[in-house]
Design a binder for this molecule. Structure first.
Ligand code: MCN
Length: 784
């Protein structure tokens, strides 16, 4: 059976995971280990007027109680935001200071004020409760529109009106003029609900300070351990880079929430140095709800203008993005460059303008969550298209078809250059698979059973494979976003791939081995992947923005090119042939057209034993490459949802869901389909079930699974997944990312289907039975 590109190979890593042999950060046990518990603010906004640690310090097992004044006193820096966004008047964003332990003020419930280190986890917890903190309560804002009101209390000294930035993209005057001349305008207010990422494994850190060597090791649940090391050393001043090793072992999901360096990692490292003990902290689920960065939370007004033929003439979007209390690593990029640059969607629109106000509130920071900005853009665009079609009395598929971009490359007015795609093709494949033609009969049949059946489309596009360094650098990113790889052929002919990508559920151990196995004709069992350890892999940018296929694998391909060139030199010498005649075929290195060949172990041995190498060729067989993409990749697709609503209760069932995706070359269809399943399930969660709720005093109401509803098996349908392939011209394998598509494309398809069923476009996520029932009553749509 082929295990190469396109093969449905079962995941190599799953044996480890499904037999309980995965090794996660919380599984790490080290000598001299103590436990940390954080003292957290119960107030959403307050001045800290005093901390009394005496009672806690006196408790059994307590090693130390450390506060923010001690932390800042030791020169530990504030947390940074890695992307500078300017306001439309040219002024820089107003970056509020975020200390890993708060000193004078707390700004959200869960803000850490002190860390307790004790011999056992329970002792640390008990002592944390005994730390007395005096707070002077301040007025609270939890919604971005509320925080902008003139009466709202200012959350950061340098952010008047709680505005972090007032950013724009596109040409406002031209868009206004186009809208003024439109034959029809569709206007919608859209809320993109706030989400909690909920990876299965909560965040965890084990910080080890070696007093003899003056060296730090941090085990952590990170999607990008190298970036963590860089930031911890270069910006937070926790440890010099060469004295800090960061290891992200098996990581049980991240969905974006583990990109950032959180206060806990900084504080545990520092506390380990202060106490001379290894310090372990593992978040419990309540802490995760309170302190893991949330996603989404946009309030948007959108206006789309059409000419008499249904062609879009202009699109204007005004968004207030809730940033939470502080800026985390991508907090500024997510609601701006990752969002508004996709407002053209799949459509040929001449005039697009987006304005985004980034607003501080007394809530946990908001940052990237699966899709990061792109689900928000897709939701606005695709809700507009469906609503406009209904207002214009047109078939929503036909309205889309009239507006699809047809030729590539295509430059949008919001700075993206789409490189390849087949939007009408995706729609056609989706429609066929979903049997859209049979929908009227299914609807009639459902109505006969007393159910309202609706169908909704979502034609999404995303920019991923993040990202060309030059592009993101010019847009304000503090780092380029290339990837590195090293390919090592061992003396016994097996291969190790050292990669800067990090797999935390995406199956890299399998797909990366597939491309190497195919190239060198080796079984994938002979190829192993090394990642997640800054002592083993020199540097890497990690995994997010569906980049590991398009960027990480491209670096591997470049390194394999170099290895192949050296292999040919060695084989040509040993086999006494010309380099030009050497080919890698059938798992051997051969002289083309002859039976002269070397097995891989012979090539490996020749390279390392060094007595039989061409003159001047260095021994060894390992090569490194860095790959910086030329452009983003643009996965796109057509998702079609069919729902049935019970008009008596508002309970909605997704009865059919079809995804037609274009991910370019597919390395492993089974893994890709798994990625779509996972993403679409999270999209269903956002559309119908999930939503973070803070009350007006800033208390988190949805602080457990009793109140925050994740999708369960019986909430999701069987997915029909189809593929349409246009090759991405920007990378050697022609790959587009697939890791976020499901979460991006799904919510609008679901809401478009429900609004179709109930005959009311005014419905916000999550579409709970109560909301659906209420919207249905408002539509006054009696059953047929
Ligand atoms: N792949 C493929 N063919 C393609 C594209 C990708 O076979 N044309 C494979 C890749 O080789 C990889 C997987 O599909 O094994 C996903 O690849 P890619 O789309 O490049 O995404 P990344 O590996 O960079 O993963 C990041 C992406 C993001 S941004 C989030 S968020 C996310 C996601 O992946 N978080 C996940 N999927 C997740 N899956 C799990 N289980 N857990 C998470 O936290």
């Amino acid at each position: 059976m082929s295990t190469g590109i396109g093969a449905r190979v079962k995941r190599k890593e799953d044996k480890r995971f499904t037999t309980g042999k995965g090794r996660y950060t919380d599984d790490v046990r080290v000598d001299n280990q103590a436990y940390a518990c954080f003292v957290r603010s119960p107030m959403a906004h307050a001045k800290v007027t005093g901390i009394d640690k005496a009672a806690a310090e006196a408790m059994e097992g307590v090693i130390a109680v450390l506060d923010g004044h001690q932390l800042t006193g030791d020169g530990i820096g504030n947390l940074i935001c890695g992307w500078a966004v300017s306001s439309k008047d040219g002024s820089p964003m107003n970056m509020g200071a975020w200390s890993a332990l708060a000193t004078d003020r707390v700004r959200y419930v869960g803000d850490a004020v002190a860390i307790v280190i004790a011999e056992t986890r329970q002792q640390a917890r008990d002592a944390a409760e005994a730390v007395e903190v005096d707070y002077d309560e301040l007025p609270v804002s939890v919604r971005s529109d509320g925080a902008l009101e003139s009466s709202a209390e200012q959350i950061h000294e340098n952010a008047p009106g709680n505005l972090c930035f007032d950013w724009e993209i596109g040409d406002e005057a031209a868009t206004d003029a186009a809208l003024a001349g439109a034959a029809h305008i569709t206007e919608l207010d859209v809320v993109n609900n706030r989400l909690s990422p909920n990876p299965m494994e909560p965040r965890s850190a084990v910080a080890i300070y070696d007093t003899a060597e003056d060296h730090y090791t941090l085990y952590t649940t990170s999607q990008n351990p190298h970036v963590a090391r860089l930031v911890l050393s270069a910006f937070y001043n926790v440890a010099p880079e060469h004295k800090l090793r960061v290891i992200a072992p098996d990581v049980g999901g991240g969905f974006g929430a583990k990109i950032y360096i959180y206060p806990e990692e900084i504080t545990c490292l520092w506390a380990s140095m202060k106490t001379g003990r290894s310090v372990k902290w593992t978040s419990d689920r309540s802490e995760a709800f309170l302190t893991d960065c949330h996603g989404r939370d946009h309030i948007t007004n959108a206006r789309m203008g059409f000419d008499a033929d249904g062609k879009i003439v202009g699109f204007k979007v005004d968004t207030k993005a809730n940033l939470g209390a502080y800026m985390s690593l991508f907090s500024s990029a997510t609601p701006t460059y990752l969002y508004a640059t996709l407002l053209s969607g799949q459509y040929d629109i001449q005039n697009v303008y987006g304005n985004v106000k980034g607003v501080y509130t007394n809530t946990v920071p908001v940052d990237a969550y699966r899709g990061a900005g792109r689900p928000e853009a897709t939701f606005v665009v695709e809700r507009m298209m469906e609503t406009a079609a209904r207002e214009l009395g047109m078939d929503p598929a036909e309205l889309r078809r009239r507006n699809f971009i047809q030729s590539f490359p295509h430059q949008t007015p919001v700075i993206m250059t789409y490189d390849a795609g087949d939007f009408p093709g995706n729609l056609e494949i989706g429609q066929k698979a979903a049997d859209v033609a049979g929908f009227p009969a299914r609807k009639a049949e459902a109505e006969a059973r007393g159910k309202l059946r609706g169908l909704g489309y979502s034609c999404y596009i995303e920019a991923c494979g993040i990202a060309p360094s030059a592009a993101v650098g010019s847009l304000g990113a503090g780092v380029g976003l290339w990837e590195s790889a090293e390919v090592r052929v061992n003396p016994v002919g097996t291969i190790e791939i050292l990669t800067g990508s990090h797999s935390h559920g995406q199956g890299h151990e399998t797909t990366f081995a597939q491309i190497v196995g195919e190239r060198f004709g080796l079984p994938i069992e002979n190829v192993s992947i090394v990642h997640g350890d800054t002592d083993k892999v020199q540097f890497g940018m990690g995994t997010y923005g569906s980049r590991s296929g398009a960027v990480g694998m491209s670096a591997i391909v470049k390194a394999m090119d170099k290895v192949e060139a050296k292999v040919k030199k060695i084989a040509a010498h040993v086999l006494e042939a010309s380099e030009d005649d050497i080919v890698i075929e059938g798992g051997e290195v051969k002289v083309a057209g002859t039976d002269k060949a070397m097995a891989w172990h012979e090539v490996g041995l020749a390279a390392y034993t060094a007595h039989n190498l061409p003159e001047g060729l260095e021994p060894g067989l390992k090569e490194t490459a860095f790959y910086d993409p030329v452009n983003f990749t643009f996965p796109a697709g057509c998702y079609i949802a069919e729902v049935e609503v019970d008009p008596e209760t508002g309970v909605t069932e997704i009865v059919q869901f079809t995804a037609a995706d274009d991910f370019g070359t597919i390395i492993n269809p089974m893994i890709v389909e798994g990625q779509v399943h996972g993403g679409a399930t999270q999209g269903i969660g956002q559309a119908m079930l999930e939503g973070v709720v803070y009350d007006d005093s800033g208390q988190l109401i949805t602080g457990s699974y009793m109140d925050y509803c994740m999708p369960r098996a019986d909430d999701v349908p069987f997915y029909k997944i189809e593929h349409n392939t246009t090759i991405c011209p920007g990378n050697p394998l022609g790959i587009k990312g697939c890791g976020e598509a499901g979460a991006i494309g799904t919510p609008p398809a679901i809401i478009n289907a429900i609004t179709d069923a109930i005959g009311n476009n005014d419905l916000q996520m999550p579409a709970t039975p109560l909301k659906v029932w209420t919207a249905l009553q408002a539509a006054k749509k009696p059953m047929a």
